[in-house]
Design a binder for this molecule. Structure first.
Ligand SMILES: [Zn+2]
Length: 426
């Protein structure tokens, strides 16, 4: 039982409950209400006192990469197209990178992420809910094997989707096959789309389409299963197409800004009823995973470019980082809000901090004032992954040490053997 907290439920009526409690049994939320009432109704084995805390649905980081974390702070000033290649990481280096990103997400109150190819066991062991995007570049690859592995070795906490890399980087016939396989197996498709101006010029030159969305539509890929990451450069007619076909968007404002790619037409997506999730993108283009920071930047950037403080509100971005992220992944009946019978994916934020006082408007504080380091407890599937900022599913000191060693060994190879492969591709 979590008791004495301020519950920001993100349910259909966006209820905020003072002095609230949540009773969890196994993986699911069994009851929600006032602490006094729930204490009478249930006898809990374990109690988390959430006094002075906000209890909210766990963040859904809709777009993240893992391996590129080893390039944090060393690849700060490149465009997407100029990105330098790095030596291919070894299995151990990869595992170290994946563990570091999982650790960073748990400490930031993220309970579910989308992306990451490979290292399923490392990601699953962390306790996080994850969507693995099976990486597709020049050919379809053995997606069936990946699907079978996840179905055999993981619970529904890990799911597979198809991950064609980037619109201009995947051959036309492979993209068509992705569409067919997605339909046959009812798998979502994640693809980097309309991220840079170069990409749009390339699509025009090679395929005669006005943009990447138009091109994807020509290949019959625009559908409710399509999740288009970035969508910075899309025309009004393409937004209309997305609305008609039911595709959704993942917005990564920090990454787009850092790469100098521009600002996505977020307000237009929302006005047209397109579901938008929020993502950090890979650490190399961010440089951290902090969904509070991502929400604030998303909101303020739109206000800045539209010269209008009313164009976007704190509630809108909080929805993107929780229930709308769940909606685009097709799991909004299970997570994304605090409601009876949903899975217990919960983040508890310690509000006893100077930057979160006075206690005027908790939603405003979550978006404009809170930081990842304010997260006290992270719970996924009813299991506590972090409590009082101590991560319980991995040893923090070891993860940090191994990640730095991995960075050093890759750097040494970069100097001695030249470069091969890329850290950004996973
Ligand atoms: Zn990406």
């Amino acid at each position: 039982m979590i008791e004495n907290g301020i519950l920001v439920t993100m349910d259909k009526s966006y209820r905020i409950l003072d002095d609230g409690a949540i009773y969890v049994e196994g993986r699911r939320i069994v009851d929600i209400g006032k602490t006094k009432v729930l204490k009478k109704a249930h006898k809990a084995d374990e109690v988390i006192d959430a006094s002075n805390c906000v209890v909210m649905p766990g963040f859904i980081n809709s777009h993240v990469h893992f391996t590129s974390v080893l390039g944090r702070g060393v690849e700060d000033n490149f465009t997407l197209e100029q990105w330098p290649s790095s030596p291919s990481p070894t299995k151990e280096e990869l595992a170290a990178a994946f563990r570091l990103v999982c650790l960073e997400m748990i400490k930031a109150g993220v309970t579910c992420y989308m992306n990451g190819a490979g290292q399923v066991d490392e990601r699953y062991k962390s306790g996080l809910r994850g969507f693995s995007a099976f990486l597709i570049q020049n050919e379809m690859g053995d997606y069936k094997k990946a699907l079978q592995y996840i179905q055999k070795n993981c619970s529904d906490r890990m799911q597979l989707m198809l991950g064609p890399w980037w619109v201009p980087a995947v051959p036309e016939d492979v993209l068509k096959e992705v569409g067919e396989v997605s339909k046959r197996y009812d798998l979502k498709i994640r693809i980097h789309t309309a991220e840079s101006m170069w990409e749009i010029q390339e699509i025009k030159r090679k395929h005669g389409c006005d943009g990447s969305i138009e091109y994807l539509d020509k290949l019959s890929l625009l559908c409710p299963r399509l999740i288009a990451v970035h969508c910075v450069h899309v025309s009004p007619s393409e937004i209309n197409l997305m609305k008609k076909k039911g595709a959704s968007v993942i917005h990564c404002p920090t990454s787009n800004a850092k790469l100098g790619d521009g600002v996505a037409p977020l307000i237009e997506f929302i006005k047209n009823g397109i579901t938008v999730g929020l993502g950090s993108d890979g650490v190399a283009t961010n440089n951290c995973i902090d969904m509070f920071q991502e929400m604030k930047f998303a909101c303020l950037l739109q206000r800045a470019i539209h010269c209008d403080p009313k164009v976007m509100k704190a509630e809108d971005v909080l929805r993107m980082a929780t229930i709308d992220g769940a909606r685009l992944l097709g799991i909004d009946s299970e997570v994304g809000s605090l409601e009876i019978s949903k899975k217990a994916d919960i983040t508890i934020v310690d509000f006893k901090k100077p930057h979160l006082y006075p206690r005027t408007n908790v939603v405003s504080h979550l978006v404009y004032s809170a930081k990842a380091s304010d997260v006290d407890t992270t719970i996924v599937d009813g299991k506590i992954l972090m409590r009082n900022r101590k991560v319980l599913t991995m040893d923090e000191a070891t993860v940090l040490e191994e990640a730095h060693k991995a960075y050093e060994s890759i750097s040494a190879r970069r100097i001695t053997k030249g470069t091969k492969g890329s850290l950004t591709g996973f």
